[in-house]
Design a protein around this ligand. Sequence first.
Ligand code: KDG
Ligand code: MG
Length: 402
Amino acid sequence: MKIRNAFVNITSPGRNFVTLKIETDEGIYGLGDGTLNGRELAVASYLSDHLIPCLIGRDPFQTEDIWQYLYRGAYWRRGPVTMASIAAVDVALWDIKGKALNTPVYNLLGGRSRQGVMVYAHANGKDITHAIEDVERHRQLGYRAIRVQSGFSGNKSTYGVPKATGRYEPAERGLPSEYDWATEPYLRHVPKLFERVRDHFGEDLHLLHDCHHRLTPIEAAGLGKELEPYHLFWIEDPVPAEFEEGYRIIREHTTTPIATGEVFNSIWDAHDLIRNQWIDYIRMTIVHGGGITHLKKVADFAALYHVRTGFHGATDLSPVTMAAALHFNTAINNFGIQEHMPHSEETDAVFSHNYTFKDGYMFPGDAPGLGVDLDENLAAQYPYQRAYLPINRKLDGTLADW
Ligand code: KDG
Ligand code: MG
């Protein structure tokens, strides 16, 4: 079998997605996600202008060799644009392989290691009372693990809470919005939030929280310590993670588990975090981490250090990535949890899929390959729209991490 052609689809059914379709001379095709929130067109160009010409005529079964060719062959390694592009190719090839062998991708990665993939939902509210109502709503939908974020006095807005009613979607159309940020009221608020939530729901629910890169190591260490009585499943991204050593300080002060890595794109972003056991969960997922081929190595390396996966699963990761993650999570031993932020109806109509949700678990389905398809006619009705993630400034105007 040979790769005959490949092209990039950009569509915006509610939000932007970049999808690579690779076609073979035997009529089988595969899909890969290359969406990079706010920088979509850079990946589209990397794929169309630089990778696709190198793929034509290759054997799509050679996932390892093609991955090495694209990674080492570029000379310029790593970075989110490069690695999302390589991921799009890699995932499309695994999809082709599964279809050609008439088996779901999880069978190519080790077969079933579990019955279902535990997922966590997002609950939020403009204050603690509304957040508790939203936790209850998600509990009734069957979720056993829930991330909780709420607004608080002292900051007009915060990460994870919508400005108005409706679903939370961080990317906004047009140029980047600017929000203000003050750490002190946040640090006073979060322990009160989890005290109330635990008090209301008891111990029989996994609770998670995303700090979204906004703290310093010593602030995060203090927060982790204050949250210990509420037994969180994790706090996520307590500090900006490019400085891995910062996690040592957090680790030395608290037993609250730590998750990070949604912005990572290579094992070399997480190597020290894992081998020093400074984190408990690695969140780098398939689209931003170079695809299934690289993530399998990352997960196997992490397993040696008791680090489990907790893949990013926000709406800016397309249904193709969700499907790939569910196959992956079904197969590996050191799976921890998977984030689940359901896509809009428009997105699900463009990307029909076999994966399902029931009682807090998701299932990849047994269709050959990934079990996702792209309706290109429908996709064409939603042209690309420029959109960005927001910017944060401290109250005196200093630019801060969002
Ligand atoms: O594109 C950025 C979002 O995916 C990110 O802000 C979502 O932090 C996030 C999460 O944990 O889902
Ligand atoms: Mg996050």
